[in-house]
Ligand binder design. Structure first.
Ligand code: ADP
Length: 461
């Protein structure tokens, strides 16, 4: 393997993550290329790149960012060396990674082979089994029909969960508490899976009651070196989607965290993983841990890991893609012992959603915006500024507010203060809801599990 130096990097994404990646590129002295859809003509991110090109002139707002041939052709024409896919859109698409490989453009992420293996939850579970990593009891092959699902459910005991093998983003999952519910949800989940992911393979597993969602950040270079950068607690969820994340997962016993780290590294090594990735686990009340999936890309919540480790994950991704080893001083992870987790970080996802109205996305013009700040506060935004127009076409993330301090309590206080400094006029936001989470005694005591938000009506007051 040889190190190559990039000159120009394209980001096949939009919004905050595009800006986040451009920043890392500039810090490395690289030129940047943005793509944007018609609907994003006036979005901030495209002005943050050295060059920006419209894709999918006559396509839907989402299709523009999913148009593999158009993106590859553009990248070739503009002399792009590498494409960073961000998260969502094409980031886990093995066909896209393959198209990049075939076009002689570096895909900033793992190989198409690994993406294909990890994109399917059943295949990923099979990998975990092969590594001796515990998984949740469940089917290992796609379910044939509802009868088979019921038969399995009865053997695991209720509750169970039906899941789309190709699922992501909290979609294509339904809990079932009875035989009747399994039958009813079987077709529903299958239909959702087909519609959302173009693949109607579904499987069933035991539903864990009140687990924590703990995930391990991995970095792997092209020379077989794999390290972990500690873990994140992402248990604060609504509809299986993360709302507030923090690092480290201090309320989980150290020996459990050690086991998660070891298992995550084992899986990454086993599949020949290269670049940044996240191995996700559920941890039950007894400290039992179970692999659920691997996300072969940068994650929204990577900021908390950066804050406590001091390692720039997106820069590391670019350097690894260039062929640099983990020992490169700009990454600084020659050995696992180099990892130094310092203090506590909390990321809050400020969205343009109205908590008083079932989190319905709000749209319109931001008539006034003032940001929070101060020592240990970091903002990653895409369209948080006065005059920005929030459209209905894309996700409702406005700004990620990540706070750091040397105690968890201090970080909660700081996060709450920073959030209270965020003033947004013209569109509704979830700021009051987040403020309630940060003040909640169970959150501060580290006692939150994945159902906490659903069971705490006081958060909505
Ligand atoms: P996605 O790929 O859509 O993000 P995941 O498999 O990562 O889906 O699961 C997302 C969340 O769904 C988990 O963090 C957890 O809250 C819930 N979940 C998934 N599987 C189970 C399960 N077997 N038992 C209980 N909760 C689950």
């Amino acid at each position: 393997m040889q190190e190559k130096t990039f000159q120009k990097v394209m980001v096949a994404n939009r919004g905050e993550i595009a800006i986040r990646i451009f920043r890392a590129c500039y810090d490395l002295g690289l030129r940047t290329v943005a793509i944007y859809s018609n609907e994003d003509t006036y979005s901030l991110f495209r002005t943050r790149a050295d060059e920006a090109y419209l894709v999918g002139r006559n396509q839907s707002p989402l299709a523009a960012y999913l148009d593999i041939p158009a993106i590859i052709t553009l990248a070739q024409r503009r002399g792009v060396d590498a494409i960073h896919p961000g998260y969502g859109f094409l980031s886990e698409n093995a066909d896209f990674a393959k198209a990049c490989e075939e076009a002689g453009i570096t895909f900033v992420g793992p190989s198409s082979r690994v993406l294909a293996q990890m994109g399917d939850k059943l295949a990923a579970k099979a990998t975990a089994i092969a590594c001796g990593v515990p998984i949740i009891p469940g089917s290992t092959e796609p379910l044939k029909d509802a009868d088979e699902a019921v038969e399995k459910a009865l053997s695991y005991g209720f509750p169970v969960i039906l899941k789309a093998a190709a699922g992501g983003g909290g979609r294509g999952m339904r809990r079932c508490d009875s035989e009747e519910e399994v039958r009813r949800n079987f077709e529903l989940v299958k239909g959702e899976a087909k519609k959302a992911f173009g693949n109607d393979d579904i499987f069933i597993e035991k539903y864990l009651v009140e687990p924590k969602h703990i995930e391990v950040q991995i970095l792997a270079d092209q020379y077989g070196n794999v390290v972990h950068l500690g873990e994140r607690d992402c248990s604060l969820q609504r509809r299986y989607q993360k709302v507030v994340e923090f690092a480290p997962a201090w309320s989980v016993p150290q020996e459990v965290r050690d086991a998660l780290h070891a298992d995550a590294v084992k899986i990454a090594k086993h599949v020949g993983y290269v670049n940044a990735g996240t191995v996700e686990f559920l941890v039950d009340k007894n400290g039992g841990h179970y692999f659920i999936e691997m996300n072969p890309r940068i994650q929204v919540e990577h900021t908390v890991t950066e804050m406590v480790t001091g390692i720039d994950l997106v820069r590391a991704q670019l350097l690894i893609a260039e062929g640099c080893p983990l020992s490169d001083p700009r990454i600084g992870m020659a050995k696992q012992e180099n990892l130094n987790v310092n203090g506590y970080a909390i990321q809050c996802r400020v969205t343009t959603e109205d908590p008083a109205n079932h989190f319905a996305p709000d749209t319109g013009k931001i008539t006034a915006y003032r940001s929070g700040g101060g020592f240990g506060v970091r903002l990653d935004g895409g369209n948080a500024y006065t005059g920005a127009v929030i459209s209905p076409y894309y996700d409702s993330l406005l700004v990620k507010v990540t706070s750091w301090d040397n105690t968890f309590e201090g970080t909660c206080n700081k996060a709450r203060r920073a959030i209270s400094e965020e003033h947004v006029r013209g569109v509704k936001t979830n700021i009051p809801f987040i403020t309630n989470i940060l003040a909640h005694p169970l959150f501060r005591a580290g006692q939150c599990h994945t159902k906490f938000i659903d069971e705490a009506p006081e958060l909505f007051e």
